[in-house]
Design a protein around this ligand. Structure first.
Ligand SMILES: Nc1ncnc2c1ncn2[C@@H]1O[C@H](COP(=O)(O)OP(=O)(O)OP(=O)(O)O)[C@@H](O)[C@H]1O
Length: 385
């Protein structure tokens, strides 16, 4: 259904985001692009609806090279869901969902009827149809985002980290809803996530991406877990699955590093070297996104801040669990997970490797306590040299 043949994407600054990708996605399958931040998952996905065009190679849908397909027509057949739901704030829920059917030429009335039925399908109370997006919870907004993508009944659905901004309980509900919907609708779904658990739960097939935008493995989830094709895949899946205890351990003992932060005003004087990142914050310290030197130069040349920051990087509460802390670090373009207090202000940062160290320490202490019961006491202190 969707085929990448020798696809490479190189950005003008020389970054190779995707390197020689060959991949065939079957119709009606649920394919998950998974891997750490910055390994080309989003770029690959956006080449399917021509939001990004390849530097080399071809992407075809139903056997046709999409470079020679009309982009507007192509996108009418492809629903697209993003992390922040991307709803139009000044339109009601029902009008947000009716947008695509109207664009396709349906009458307003028919589009609204279709919108109501798809809202119900994604588990939203029809009583919410007249509200504005700002009057909904994050989880409800995501459901509206999914409903909007499905409203024109496209055969293909692209979903870019759609659930990563909602809390873990709501996230599980949304995942379950997605599984139910897919059993009913049988769309061809491509889903991007950095979370191997989410990938394993939802995917029929996982495409694991690694550094330099290289595809490392494309297999069923259990094969990826039991027979990782490369050391990179083994490390990536092992990091999460080997450490099942992550969700049960508190992040409270982690000592946070001070973050390099800057408000939008301070970007004028901010100095960054290549490869370094700063967290852009509001005056009250709430994160707005990560920025590197290319982004800083963009802002200075007058581009809007939102176009110059990388939004990736989920946040975690300092009193949360190690799993949330690790998740935040893995999904962050800088590799740093950000702890935020109850008001949403950044309190400090942590690296993924430090979360693992903390886990190992806690485990070792527990093992020592337990082993005392089984091992004979050592008499080393009473023996001479
Ligand atoms: N417009 C751009 N110009 C230059 N480099 C870019 C651009 N967009 C993305 N990149 C770079 O391309 C690489 C792949 O980015 P991409 O967003 O596809 O990765 P990803 O795996 O989806 O990561 P994330 O989960 O953080 O979104 C990264 O190194 C990124 O910094």
């Amino acid at each position: 259904m969707i085929t990448f043949s020798g696809v490479t994407k190189r950005y003008p600054d020389g970054t190779t985001a995707v390197d020689n990708l060959d991949l065939h996605i079957e119709a009606e399958s649920f394919t998950v692009f998974v891997g750490p931040s910055g390994c080309g998952k989003t770029t690959s996905m956006r080449m399917i609806n021509r939001m990004i065009s390849p530097t080399a190679g071809t992407v075809s849908v139903n056997g046709r090279d999409i470079a020679s397909t009309d982009a507007v027509k192509l996108r009418l057949g492809i629903g697209y869901v993003i992390q922040s739901a991307g709803l139009l704030p000044h339109r009601t829920v029902i009008d947000n969902v009716a947008t695509v059917p109207v664009l396709r030429g349906d009458s307003r009335r028919a589009a609204r009827t279709a919108a109501l039925s798809v809202l119900e399908r994604v588990g939203l109370d029809p009583a919410l149809a007249g509200r504005y997006p700002g009057q909904l919870s994050g989880g409800q907004q995501q459901r509206v985002g999914v409903a909007r993508a499905l409203a024109a009944d496209p055969p293909i659905l692209l979903m870019d980290e759609p659930f990563s901004a909602v809390d873990p309980v709501v996230r599980e509900d949304l995942q379950a809803e997605m599984q139910r919907l897919q059993a009913e609708l049988r769309k061809t779904i491509v889903f991007v996530t950095h979370d191997i658990d989410e990938a394993v739960k939802l995917g029929d097939r996982l495409a694991v991406f690694g550094p330099g935008g290289r595809l490392q493995q494309y297999d069923a989830p259990d094969t990826v877990l039991s027979a990782p094709a490369t050391d990179f895949v083994a490390g990536f899946v092992g990091r999460d699955r080997g450490y099942r205890g992550l969700s049960f351990r508190t992040a409270e003992e982690i000592s946070l590093h001070p973050l390099r932060t800057a408000t939008e005003r301070e970007l004028d004087t901010l100095r960054l070297d290549r490869g370094e990142w700063a967290l852009v914050v509001t005056d009250s310290g709430v994160p707005r996104g990560w920025i590197d030197i290319t982004g800083v130069e963009g802002v200075r040349s007058g581009r809007p801040l939102s176009e110059c920051t990388a939004a990736g990087g989920s946040l975690f509460p300092p009193e949360g669990d190690l799993r949330q802390a690790l998740d935040a670090a893995i999904s962050s373009p800088s590799g740093i997970g950000v702890a935020v207090d109850g008001d949403g202000a950044a309190r400090g940062g942590i690296l993924g490797s430090e979360v693992i160290e903390k886990l190992t320490e806690q485990r070792a202490a527990e093992d020592r306590a337990r082993n005392k019961q089984f091992f004979a006491p050592t008499s080393a202190s009473s023996e001479g040299p």
